[in-house]
Design a protein around this ligand. Structure first.
Ligand code: J7C
Length: 409
């Protein structure tokens, strides 16, 4: 982790410093890269690295402020789920909500007399489906936000209070009177993991799921495709080429920084804008996945371009699977990709800094790395590394690139 520190007084004589080329002054902000001893830290100032005496440093006010903050930002997070806006968005998403309904319906016989936990139940829709479509003995509907008070009313209003017990609190902190047969949750965020609610699900699994119990979803995959994004590129970048007949291209570096640094959530890619067949780059098994695995997740891809076009970036989406409890029953899938009905997650677009023309049969291969923010636990960065190998076989026609996208910090 890089930490900023302010220098509190003039630098001492630097004779003992390895890099004495740069002295520092009161008020300079150093980036501390490592703290190998309590007296000397390895730091950087204006691009020059060296050891600095700790006694001459004081902590940045900004950092001090950050230290008092909750790395999970729960107040803000659960605050936003205490209002209707997000619940309306989730409930209005038919593909999402119907997928869970279908899971309950197609497993209704097996759910008889089972104990279910619905983690992050929101307005309680999944719990209500359970009570309505199956005959579980108990459904524990766990919700941390203040919406839980209303959820309790909704359960009563719909005559399900005998079966559905609403528990308000963080899933990590609540106590259930018994272990559960089924742990169901709708925890997926943008690009699957953003929000990292999945951590709460894994902790609940380890604490409350019976041996041999069922996880819904049972697995998840992240899919990637190299794509064109002509509309978005024109709107944010090509625009500066000739507005009103004038040359505004000096603003393009700024535009790149402002619009292409972070991924674009809520992108809807047309199937025709996919330059290749998509490829699953990550696969999560909800039975074996561990919290520590979330820190860094890596995947690979190999694509073959179908038809010539402009490679503007990569689009990502996810799919989750729900295994069937019924013998021979088909598993249910919720796919948020361009060949399925659009969901409220839409897709996530990662724009390259510069578009690249590609031809049919060119190969695009590389890696993806999801790196969870070590401080802000609901955030991550996505690093894409790619190389394009031309089908014409020209040796100098291999282009490589790397780009790291913060989501959001
Ligand atoms: N404990 C209880 N409720 C939670 C937790 C948790 N650890 N994490 C998220 N929620 C609730 C949140 O308040 C909201 O109603 C829903 O789960 C989030 C669904 N978000 C999503 N991306 N699927």
């Amino acid at each position: 982790m890089r930490r900023m520190h302010l220098v509190k007084s003039m630098s001492p004589s630097l004779t003992s410093l390895e890099v004495a080329a740069s002295s520092f002054c009161s008020g300079d902000r150093l980036i501390v890269h490592a703290k190998p001893s309590s007296e000397w830290w390895w730091a950087e100032l204006r691009g020059v690295k060296g050891y600095v005496p700790v006694s001459y440093l004081r902590q940045d006010a900004e950092e001090e402020e950050e230290e008092g903050q909750d790395p999970w930002q729960d107040e803000e997070y659960f605050g936003s789920y205490g209002t209707l806006r997000l619940h309306l968005e989730m409930l209005s998403d038919k593909s999402r909500t119907e997928a869970y309904r279908q899971v309950i319906l197609s497993n209704s016989a097996s759910l008889r007399n089972k104990v279910v936990m619905d983690l992050g139940c929101g307005t309680g829709i999944i719990s209500l489906f359970c009570a309505q479509l199956a005959e579980p003995s108990e459904v524990y509907a766990v919700e941390a936000s203040s919406m839980a008070e209303y959820t309790r009313q909704l359960v009563k209003q719909n005559g399900c209070e005998e079966v559905v017990k609403v528990l308000q609190g963080r899933a990590e902190e609540i106590d259930l009177p018994e272990q559960v047969d089924v742990l169901v949750s709708e925890w997926m965020g943008n690009c699957l993991l953003f929000e990292f609610m999945v951590e709460s699900v894994l902790l609940a699994r380890d604490r409350w799921l019976k041996e041999g119990g069922v996880m819904w979803p049972s697995s998840a995959a992240l899919t990637l495709v190299p794509c064109q994004a002509n509309g978005y590129y024109a709107e944010k970048m090509a625009f500066w080429e000739q507005p009103y007949g004038l040359d505004f291209t000096p603003l393009q570096p700024l535009a790149r920084q402002e619009f292409f640094t972070k991924p674009k959530f809520s992108h809807l890619i047309e199937p025709n804008d996919c330059l290749t067949a998509p490829c699953d780059v990550l696969h999560l098994d909800m039975y074996t996945l561990q919290v520590k695995d979330l820190e860094e997740i890596k995947g690979q891809f190999h694509f073959h371009v179908k038809t010539s076009g402009v490679f503007h970036g990569f689009t990502a989406w996810f799919t989750v699977h729900f295994e069937s409890l019924e013998t021979g029953g088909a598993s249910v899938e919720l796919n948020t990709g361009p060949n399925s009905e659009p969901t409220h997650w839409k897709q996530t677009l990662f724009m390259l800094d510069r578009p690249v023309s590609v031809n049919a049969e060119d190969a695009i291969s590389g890696t993806i790395r999801l790196h969870r923010n070590p401080v802000w636990r609901r955030h991550m960065t996505v690093t894409l590394h790619w190389s394009i190998n031309s089908s014409t076989g020209e040796t100098d026609n291999c282009q490589v690139g790397t780009k790291t996208f913060p989501m959001w910090r």
